[in-house]
Structure formats: structure tokens, C-alpha cells
Design a binder for this molecule. Structure first.
Ligand code: ZN
Length: 280
């Protein structure tokens, strides 16, 4: 069964009290690009562009801000002209893009990762002063002490928690499902486990653009939605959970008339407004 009951109840209560105040704004930052580590099976199924975008998002709400995801290469390693690290290339720092619209990391009220993978979490430690919104299952996995490569194909190994060490003592709201971030239904974390134990997506109700849902890595390419048997990344996590999460999200998109923004979809990402422009 699809557990949308609680979420729909939350969203039904969304009266957009904010509409009389400032509208909710959604900024998209340029987080660089990522080459596929294994393009052949993607090309076989009709994915013509296997390169992926990396995006970081800032939601500005009258009651505070939420940073969603944190990039693929830490700002400290971005050189003028750009930096390539194995499959990832980044040209702009996250801090620089925040500064451009008048924010410092310490101004960010809430910080959330779609999940803990390296291509979403590079600058996580910079947001240790924010309130961290994380599924309990994800946090447990993050601080399990397991070791893995610093990035795909990288020869260097780090303890998983090195990328998040500063978050360990952050003010933290542990989640066990969906979460209405500002209490008015306009910005809702949607629990979508599978890719990782506590993977999550983000619903944002925008007055002019309309409601959108940021995918995290629930999908990487649009072909994964159209070809139901095409799940090239399912083996990384829990395929049954991932299938259930996709069904939950597809039902939500239909119910709310929301548009899915696949975060790694480089073709769709190229068409989005980029900060300092924003959607509202
Ligand atoms: Zn990813």
C-alpha cells in the first residue's frame, strides 16, 4: 500500500498563509556536472546524455531558509577556472553563490540532504550551525563507522562520517517519515527510502511556478520513469523500498499536480532559472 495518508493530510492543510507575506522562493545553484561511471547500460536503454547535473537548492520562506543538498566537491578545493575530481567537475563554489544573493552558511535555518552520497554532501560540514533535518535511518547509516571510497573510482578511502563530522553535534531533528518544514504545508520533506536507508525528496509549493518535487536520487534520468523495468541504480540500495517510494511519489505528483525535478537530469537542469534568479 502507498502511505500517502499522512502526507496528503499535511498538504491538505496547506493554506499558504505565506501568500499574504513574501512568497516562497526556490533558488537553484550550479553544483557542477558528473560523468556516469557506467554509461553502456544507460545508452542501451535510450539515455542519450549520460552526464548528470549536480544541483543545490535554497528555499527561502518567510519563517526561514532550507538548504537542500551540498554539492559534489568541497568549496575549499574549487580553483579559479574549475576543478575536476575523477568524474565530477565544479566551477562555482556554493558559498560564493550563497553570498551573491546575500546569505552566509550561518544564515541557513535548516539543512537537509536528500541522502548521504558524496555527490550530494560535499559541503555538509559548512552547515553544522543549521538545524539538521535527517531521517533517523540515514543518520544511523552515516555514523556507522563504515569505510568507502571518497568518490566513485577514487583510490582514497575515508571513514564515511568524515564528510559529516561537524553535523554530529548539530541541532538535529530526527525524522521517521514525512516532515512539514515550516508548518504550513508549503515545504515538505517526503520520505523516499530505497536508494539509501533514509533517502528523502522535497516538495515545494511555489505560487507562480506551481508545486515541484525535488527528486534526490529517486530517479537519475527521465527514462527511469517511462521505462518501468529500467532501474539502473536499484542494486545500490534496497530495490523493494525504492519501488515503493517511486509509487508514493508518482501518486503524490498526480494528486498535487506537481512537477518532478530530477536533480541529476542535466537537460532539464539546463532549462531551470539559476541563482541569482529564482522560482516563486
Ligand atoms: Zn546522486
Amino acid at each position: 500500500m502507498i502511505k500517502t495518508g499522512l502526507l496528503l493530510a499535511l498538504l491538505a492543510g496547506a493554506t499558504l498563509q505565506t501568500s499574504a507575506q513574501q512568497p516562497v522562493k526556490l533558488y537553484v545553484f550550479d553544483g557542477g556536472t558528473l560523468k556516469s561511471g557506467n554509461p553502456a547500460p544507460l545508452l542501451e536503454r535510450g539515455v542519450t546524455t549520460t552526464d548528470m547535473s549536480v544541483a543545490v537548492y535554497l528555499v527561502v520562506h518567510p519563517r526561514g531558509t532550507l538548504l537542500w543538498d551540498a554539492g559534489v566537491i568541497p568549496d575549499e578545493r574549487i580553483q579559479a577556472g574549475g576543478t575536476t575530481d575523477f568524474r565530477a567537475t565544479v566551477k562555482k563554489t556554493l558559498k560564493g553563490q550563497l553570498e551573491e544573493i546575500g546569505y552566509k552558511p550561518s544564515d541557513v535555518t535548516y539543512f537537509a540532504l536528500s541522502h548521504n552520497h558524496y555527490d550530494h554532501s560535499a559541503n555538509a560540514n559548512a552547515f553544522a550551525g543549521s538545524t539538521w533535518l535527517v531521517q533517523k535511518a540515514e543518520r544511523d547509516a552515516m555514523f556507522s563507522g563504515a569505510q568507502r571510497p571518497t568518490s566513485v573510482n577514487s583510490p582514497s578511502i575515508e571513514t564515511v562520517n568524515a564528510r559529516f563530522a561537524a553535523l554530529k553535534n548539530s541541532k538535529t531533528t530526527l525524522l521517521n517519515g514525512d516532515h512539514d518544514v515550516f508548518g504550513d504545508g508549503s515545504v515538505v520533506i517526503v520520505s523516499t527510502p530505497g536508494h539509501t536507508p533514509g533517502h528523502q525528496s522535497l516538495f515545494v509549493k511555489l505560487a507562480k511556478t506551481g508545486p515541484v518535487l525535488l527528486s534526490g536520487d529517486l530517479y537519475h534520468y527521465p527514462a527511469e520513469r517511462t521505462l518501468k523495468d529500467f532501474t539502473p541504480f536499484a542494486a545500490l540500495g534496497n530495490p523493494e523500498q525504492e519501488t515503493a517510494s517511486k509509487a508514493k511519489v508518482e501518486a503524490l505528483l498526480k494528486e498535487k499536480g506537481a512537477t518532478l525535478w530530477i536533480q541529476h537530469d542535466i537537460i532539464a537542469d539546463a532549462k531551470l532559472k539559476k541563482s541569482p534568479a529564482y522560482d516563486d
